[in-house]
Design a protein around this ligand. Structure first.
Ligand SMILES: Nc1nc2c(ncn2[C@@H]2O[C@H](COP(=O)(O)OP(=O)(O)OP(=O)(O)O)[C@@H](O)[C@H]2O)c(=O)[nH]1
Ligand SMILES: [Mg+2]
Length: 350
């Protein structure tokens, strides 16, 4: 579950990375020195864990995590993303695009003018450009092999035409079957994208950006990078006080992680015992068998069935034994579609 952060130079990528991860990676002031890739595992806030911890008093409690990568972004002279970045992005499951939307004379911008909408198109164009190259290469190959009638050719051709007209496809351009057919190419423009306007204390007008993002059916998140980074460095207690003072209920980090989770179409299911209470990530619509496999491959191989209870019902009952007595523990087979908040006990045999 890796998510890559990209954006133009000095847009605030590392600042936002620090905000999301609570880390203290070096932000740049155009030092010209070598930049590093920053990587952190971030726990997805989940109040259900706390509730379950009260009942099970486990030795360990673990939240679901997402991996966030602050990439070192270089561009080619033609405006595409440099090969090193593309390689990294291809195995990311989602991409966060940071756009500079703050005014600050002391921070230079490549184009002088601060225009997040224009920057969004610069970035999208470079994603489109690199996907176009990948599609064209494969199409040439298929032509050579006499496979112009294959389904793969047709789908790639459809994509390539869209790319050639300069178009970012947006989600849902391909149907799920078509998407599966070309999934091996890891097209960047088919991945979930989240657009972040780094608005700072002194923001530029972002209404045009909002309109465009909406018409592209993308998610937009506005954040005051520097301020939120400072908040993220505070202790939990101080954060709460500070947010209350600002009239906010939740930190940007938590709001963002929820947004990321839903953009990725993920749900969490839980496992709970005296040993460990833990939240796990699963794609929405996946089965109990898949969920079992995430916990351990043996559980998938030897899957018999799952005992399932919605977390609130387990809390209300006060434990498995009481829930069982009350007939709240359901038996489900391998094809059961796991719901967000389900607590699972996998019965297996290897
Ligand atoms: N005023 C203001 N400055 C900010 C804000 N966010 C980031 N900056 C400043 O902008 C500069 C660049 O921030 P970084 O987070 O290093 O940006 P970056 O995109 O990681 O930069 P590179 O990795 O060098 O491309 C730093 O001097 C930050 O302090 C903000 O919300 N307001
Ligand atoms: Mg940086």
């Amino acid at each position: 579950m890796e998510t890559g952060i990209i954006g133009l130079p000095l847009s605030g990528k590392t600042t936002i990375f620090n905000t999301l991860t609570g880390q203290d990676a070096q932000v740049s002031g155009y030092t010209g020195g070598k930049k590093r890739v920053n990587l952190a595992e971030v726990e997805v806030p989940d109040p259900r864990l706390e509730a379950l911890n009260k009942i099970f008093k486990p030795k360990k409690s673990r939240a679901a995590v997402v991996l966030i990568k602050d990439l070192q972004v270089d561009f080619t002279p033609q405006g595409g993303l440099a090969g090193s970045v593309l390689g990294e992005l291809r195995h990311c499951e989602a991409i966060i695009i940071i756009l500079r939307a703050f005014l600050d004379e002391s921070v230079p911008h490549t184009l002088e003018e601060i225009n997040p909408l224009q920057d969004l198109h610069t970035i999208l164009d470079s994603l489109v450009f690199s996907d176009y190259e990948v599609a064209e290469k494969r199409l040439e190959r298929l032509i050579k092999e006499g496979k112009k009638k294959s389904r793969e050719y047709l789908v790639l051709h459809k994509l390539s035409e869209k790319f050639a007209s300069g178009g970012y496809t947006g989600p849902g351009f391909l149907n799920p079957d078509e998407e599966k057919l070309v999934s091996g190419f890891a097209f960047l423009t088919l991945k979930p994208l989240i657009v972040v306007a780094n608005s700072g204390e002194n923001p530029v007008e972002i209404e045009p950006l909002e309109k465009e993002v909406e018409s592209l059916q993308l998610a937009l998140f506005t954040i005051s990078g520097q301020l939120e980074m400072e908040i993220a460095k505070l202790s939990d207690e101080d954060q709460k006080d500070f947010l209350a003072e600002l009239g906010l209920e939740e930190s940007a980090k938590n709001r963002f992680l929820r947004q990321l989770y839903s953009t990725l179409n993920l749900i969490s299911y839980l496992t709970a015992s005296e040993k460990e209470v833990r939240a796990w990530s699963l794609n929405r619509g996946e089965s109990a068998l898949k969920a079992a496999g995430k916990i351990h491959s043996d559980l998938e191989k030897g899957f018999i069935r799952a005992e399932v209870i919605y977390w609130e019902e387990l809390i209300a009952a006060g434990g498995y034994a009481q829930a069982k007595k009350a007939g709240k523990l359901r038996l489900e087979g391998k094809d059961y579609i796991v719901k967000d908040g389900d607590v699972l006990i996998i019965l297996f045999n290897v």
